[in-house]
Design a protein around this ligand. Structure first.
Ligand SMILES: *Cc1c(COP(=O)(O)O)cnc(C)c1O
Length: 433
């Protein structure tokens, strides 16, 4: 698989290089040189394939011979271990549930596939690979679960003491094996600064092989293409026109949908749904992209003022606004509207949406109304409501059922290494453990 940098189409590299580097040296983002269309026979017969079989077909087309078929099948078998069911919510509205993985959010798809592909490309390395991650909560949980027991890789997660939720802390600190949590006596920015300094420490890097699990790594985007196909499979014989509605922050999820579309996904339109952090909906309306500092909201995983994957969206459209806005509609909503939508869906359908999915629901309703659309909407539900239990229970006045995976966590013992905001100590610990 060949990739180029969005800042320089002549800067090319392999998938292996792109995965270990994360970002091109020129600060662009990696994009596939070729996004091939899938055979029409495959698309017509989607319903005959399992989710992992679909994933293999899509990945084979994108990745090509860089990973041989048998190896790719093993990677997918280990990464795609949970379903992505489409559930019905009234005649024209469906929910694609992406929260059935270990950390109960769609980021599990990206984290698990990244872990498997990194481990694969690392298989002949003599030295262990150390992944450093600074987290304010959510990413760390998905990465920890994704890399858990991956051969040849250890993960060191730095989190700010007292500044992640109790549940998030359990997700970071109870796994053990190759996952170590460092509880840093500081802020998220302190954690990030320690990690950054380690990456810039050339002497340290002669001793340890370091890599990051950055959210813009191409290996996190590829598996997100799979579930758009899996959703179409489940609706194929019932829906003539499918519109995907994507609650968005950094716009990785939506970008993956656009890549699936380029591969021939039988969809007709995309809807970008945001909270008050609305730079992309504003761009789609007015043609100007104006990054802003992020605003805190109820759907906090989407509080992004300068979405990194926007560069990839622009690249897919050759920077032509007038085509992008024909393909994608954008809507933004307040927290008050989000709460009301959660209540409405609960009352009408006895279905509990999390705040992120509820922003998607609002965008779908807005789109239906604006276009008088008779299409079938598929709203991506990006997290299980129990991840935001306190907020959801107070908004709905009803209890949220906790899935077994989470319930089991609360009984497990926290194990974290106490770490001051001190680079020398952090460095010593990395070398000695
Ligand atoms: C990360 C996240 C999002 C935003 O996804 P992007 O790919 O960054 O647009 C939405 N919802 C939840 C629950 C998330 O964790």
């Amino acid at each position: 698989m060949q990739l180029y940098s969005t800042n320089n189409p002549d800067l090319r590299c392999s998938l292996k290089e792109a995965i270990f580097q994360g970002l091109p040296a020129d600060n662009g983002l990696y994009m596939p040189v070729e996004i091939p269309e899938l055979p029409t026979a495959f698309i017509r017969n989607l319903s005959q394939f399992t989710f992992p079989e679909i994933a293999v077909q899509v990945a084979r087309a994108l990745i090509g011979p860089e990973i041989p078929k048998a190896d790719l099948e093993t990677i997918i078998r280990n990464a795609i271990t949970f379903p992505a069911p489409v559930v019905n919510l009234g005649e024209h509205t469906h929910i694609l549930e992406l929260f059935h993985g270990p950390s109960l959010a769609f980021k599990d798809f990206g984290a698990r596939f990244m872990a498997q592909t990194m481990s694969y490309f690392n298989r002949e390395a003599a030295q262990e690979l150390t992944i450093l991650v600074a987290t304010s909560g959510d990413t760390g949980g998905a990465v920890a679960a994704g890399f858990y027991q991956t051969p040849g890789i250890r993960v060191v997660i730095l989190y700010p003491s007292g500044k992640v939720s109790p549940l998030q802390e359990k997700q970071l600190t109870t796994l053990g094996h190759n996952i170590t949590a460092l509880e840093v006596a500081g802020t998220f920015d302190d954690c990030q600064a320690l990690v950054k300094r380690a990456f810039l420490d050339t002497e340290l890097r002669t001793r340890l092989r370091l890599s990051s699990a950055n959210s813009i790594n191409i290996s996190r985007l590829i598996p997100q293409v799979f579930y758009y196909w899996e959703a179409c499979k489940q609706l194929y014989h019932r829906a003539k026109e499918i519109v995907f509605v994507v609650p968005s922050g950094n716009f990785g999820n939506l970008t993956a949908g656009l890549i699936a579309w380029k591969m021939g996904l039988p969809a007709s339109h995309f809807v970008a749904a945001t909270n008050a952090n609305d730079v992309v909906p504003e761009y789609l309306k007015f043609g100007a992209f104006i990054a802003r500092p992020s605003i805190p909201t109820l759907s906090n995983a989407m509080d992004v003022g300068n979405p990194s994957n926007f560069a990839r969206m622009l690249d897919l459209y050759g920077s032509t606004w007038n085509i992008m806005k024909e393909h994608i509609s954008g809507y933004a909503f307040t927290d008050e509207q989000t709460r009301a939508a959660m209540q409405q869906v609960f009352q009408q359908h006895a279905y509990i949406m999390d705040p992120h999915g509820a922003v998607g629901y609002l965008a779908w309703k807005a789109y239906q109304q604006e276009k008088s659309s008779r299409a079938t909407g598929v709203i991506l539900e990006t997290a299980h409501p129990s991840k935001f239990r306190e907020a959801v229970e107070s908004i709905l006045g009803s209890t949220v059922e906790i899935p077994d995976t989470l319930a089991r966590l609360s009984a497990r013992k926290k194990e974290a290494v106490q770490m001051p905001v001190n680079y020398i100590q952090f460095r010593e610990w990395l070398i000695n453990h």
